[in-house]
Structures are given as structure tokens and as C-alpha cells.
Write a protein that binds this ligand. Sequence first.
Ligand SMILES: [Zn+2]
Ligand SMILES: [Zn+2]
Length: 607
Amino acid sequence: MTDIKKLLEEKGVKVIGYSDIGVKINEFDSWISDELFTFLVNNQLNRYLFNVFMRVGSLEIDDWPFNMDLLISNKIKEKVKESFIKKFVCGSCGQILLNEVSVNIGKIDDLQEIECPNCKIKFDFNYKSLEDSFIISKRVLSEYLEQLASRDVIKIRYIKHCPSCRDKKIFDKLDEKDLDLKCNKCNNFLNLNRDYSFNDNFLSYCLMRRGGEWFEWYVYKLCSYMHEEVDHNILIEVEEDGIKKELEIDVIGRDDDKLTIYECKDTKNKSDWKDFESLPYLTEKFENVKIVNSYDSNRKVLQKISELCNQEIINIKGSDLEDNFMGVEPTILRLKSKEWPYNNNGVKSFSKLANEKKLDIIHILLEEINFNEESTESLFAFIKIAEDNPNFIEFLSNNDQTVILEKMKIAKEKIESKELKNFKDRDFSCNIINFMKIVITTIEKDKLLEEFSISDIFNICQDTLKGDLGEDLIDEAYNYYDTFFSIFNDEIGNLNTNNFFSFFDAILPILNRYNSWNKKTETFQKIRKIASYLDRDRTNNLVLKLKENISTYSWSVNWEIVEICKKIYNNVDRDYKKEIKDILRIMSEVDEEKSNTYAIDGLKKIF
Ligand SMILES: [Zn+2]
Ligand SMILES: [Zn+2]
């Protein structure tokens, strides 16, 4: 039994089990469920139109009356906060120059040009300068269905139909040969139609019923990003005046031992009292009961509910729904939480948001980050989303990247000042290092090197390694070197000489500092790659460094060292040639067979 059911029973509520709809929701294919949810939560008009499809009870938009109430743009505008259709209106004559589904418009920052055919005025626009449009054309709806099809929520089939002999054939895909539109029975021209259907029984059931059951599933999904545990459509048995009856809890969330009940209403104006008959019982039993509407709620109905329940009940309007559960603010709040599963819910909810909202969140967090105690949570949240979305930098504007680099400068100062070492909160120090790591891996290299020299970056690494930071933090700092290697390693050939040498100078002192053999081997691999490009002084120094710990390495490191020795033997001064022989001699005597073989082989190659 789940904790929710346990808590319900503790409160004296008898749980019968899932209602019929509950069972159907449990059987809803989880992949399709997640794809559909991602689509619906992305934009409020997506959810609105989904509801329209369900109400009409058909996906066949060819038969739709486009003048129906539900599709009148001014009425939609009253109920829906945002649209995925964007328009550009001529500032001079008011002509609509563009009415386009946002996925077709391109990147948020791309500047495009448009000319008004009436006034011949040219306008520049980008995504942000477009207005929301609520004009629902057949083209918009077919784009909408295409998107659902690309997410596997619906399947599209093709039907060839002969109007004269009524022969009918159905195709899952249309090949070129199928484009022959002559009936092979009577040689008449065929009609070709698309046939849309849901890929899952639960959705087909809702469509057939033309009901709002899917909305309960949707609220349940929304709540799953909000609470520690959620459940849905639970039937309970209550006794009133000696008569037993069943009531249904639509959605229930648990945080610790606190329960929140959600009553879902997908009704439009018609809400009658019957829809809410379980409320007086629920409000008497539970402290937190909320009504969640798919539309805006009818004030008279709400008043009646308050009277019957003897209290005001929190009512979430349809237009506030997504913002309430997964908007910018609740998502930031969860991202900042250090408690499981809320921080994870925050990361998941961030990943579901439309790009504009993701950007809003990133901007707010960046603004707050100042590498002081007050902004610890913002830094933590920023790192969480950056680590979870390695590509997030791609949709940041140039300006955003500049801001991030400015923040990196502040971080650098913090690291260089003694402040960091004295900082009590070790997690915070780790976060600064992680922030630097994210910046280094995500900001374009050219841009990064404009602001920071390679030795700058290495100095920051070195500084984080100094001081009494504790074992864990040193591990973090090691990761940081790795990051540095991974970005510059492939391009060593392209670094200018100064950068290249500073890269080497930075690596050399840390040769022995990696704690695991794997890491040590990797570092020596890097040295092997660059060894033959070094100047004489540096090559000489390398020999001394190689000799330092020579009898302590594993065979895999030893192999790298032998290879390095072979490479550089001719580039070092006479004294250092001696040192190389010494290295190989010592290695041939260590108590490890493979290493001995390599060393002897190396000695043979050199002479
Ligand atoms: Zn014009
Ligand atoms: Zn025919």
C-alpha cells in the first residue's frame, strides 16, 4: 500500500480502490502519456485545442464547423493565456502579415524581414516581437495533428475511397505506387482522405465519450511535478446518515504526512452542483482541498460551493493552471530546494517548459547569482539545470553568454581571494567550481579565450586545489582539469604557441596529482600527444617530472612513459638523455613484468 492510502486510512477514510477511469489511466501507455503531457504543457493553446477535439469527439477536421463557438478567436483569447500561433501586424495599416505556428518560425533570436503588400514598408522582426494569435485555421489544426502524430500520440492512415463503386482501402503509409488514384474496379477517380486516430485506448475512450476524463489525467501529471507522491481517481466509501456511498478523489498529493486533494472540473459554464457533491465531505475531512478548472470557473457555482462547504475553497482557474504547477516561479522554487524529490521535480519540470520560459528561468537565476551566501540556492539551481541540459547554452543569446562570462569573472575573483578557502560551506565551494566547469564546457571557446587566457583558467584550477578544502572538493577540482583537457585536447594543434606552452606548463605540475590510475594514464596520454611539440627547456623539464615518481606507477602509465621517452630522446640535452636511460633502467627493475618488458624495449629503441 502506498503512503497516500495509508494516510487516508489513518484518517478513517475507507479506500475501495481505483475507479474505472483510474484503472484506464493506469493502463495509459506511459510513453504516449509522457509525450502528450510534454506537448500539452508546452503551450496553453495546445491544451485548449485538445479539449476542443475531445468535445467535438472527432479528429476529422475536414468535417469541422470552423464557426463553432469553441474556435472563435476572441473567445479563445479570453480563456487562454498564450498561443503557439504568432502573428505580425503591419504597424501602419493593421494588415496581418504573418500568422504562423511557432515551430515554423525559427530560433528566438533570428532576425527576419517582412514587407507589407499595402504600404510597401519593410519590417524587421524576431520571434520575441511577434504577437500571440488565436486565429484557428484548418492549416493550424492540421499542423497540430501532425505534431501529435510525430509524438506517436495519434496515428495517421490514408483512405482511398471510390465514390462510384464505394470500394475502400486503408493504408498506413503512402508509397509512390499508392498515389495512383484510379479505382481498379471501375476505373473512376478515387478520393484520398487522411484518417486520424489515437494510439492509445484511454484517449480513444475519452474521445468517444466526449468527456473530460483526460483532464483528470492531466492534473495528475501536473501534480506529479509538485508533490512527493501523487495518486489519482481513488474511490472511497463514506457513510452519511447511515447510508453508505462511494465518492471519488480525482487527484491527491502527499508531502510528508500532509495531503492535498484536487477536484478536477472540465466543465464550461454548465457546472452544476452534482459535479461537486463530494466536496462537503472532502473539505470536512481534509485541510487542503483545491478545485482545478480546465476553463475559468463560474462565480455562482463557486459561491454555492463555499456555502455548502462552509468555507472558501481554493480555486485554480484554467488560465492559471500551468503557471500554478509548472510555471517559472514554482519551477525555480523546486530547483532551489535541496530536498529529494523536489529538486528532481524542478529539473524535470524545467525540461518540459517552452524555450521562452526556460530562458526566463535562466535569466532570473543568473541575475541572482553573485557567489555569496545569499545566492547559494540560485547557484545550485543553475548548476542543476545546466548539468541536466548540456545543450541549454545553444539557445542563449550573445548577451546571455556575455552575462555568464561576467559571472565567471566574479567566480574567479572569489576563488583567487582567500574568501573561498575560508568559506564554511564546502558545498558552496564545490558549486563555484562546478559553475566554472559548466561555463568552460558550454561557452564557445573563442569567446571564452577572449576573456580568459588558458593560464587564467588553469590558475583558477590550481587555486581551488590549494588550501584546506577537504578530499571531496579536491575530487571536484580534478574533474575540472578533466573538463579543461577535454575541450582543448583535440585542438592542441590549433592553439597558438603561447597558449600551447601555457597548457603544458599548467599540466606539468599536476602530473602526479590524480588519485586514480585511470586518470593518471589519461594525463600521461595527453602528455604523449604533445611531447614532440615542446621546446627544449620544457622537454628537459618533462624528463625530470617523469623521473620524479617513476617506481610508483602502474604498467599502463609506464607504457605511456616509455612512449614519451622514445619520442623526446632526440630533443633533450645530453644530461637529460642520461636521465631518460635512468628512467628506463629503474623501470626495467620494478617488480612488475609488463613494465619491465616495455622499459627494455624502450632501451633497445633508443640505442
Ligand atoms: Zn501596411
Ligand atoms: Zn470504383
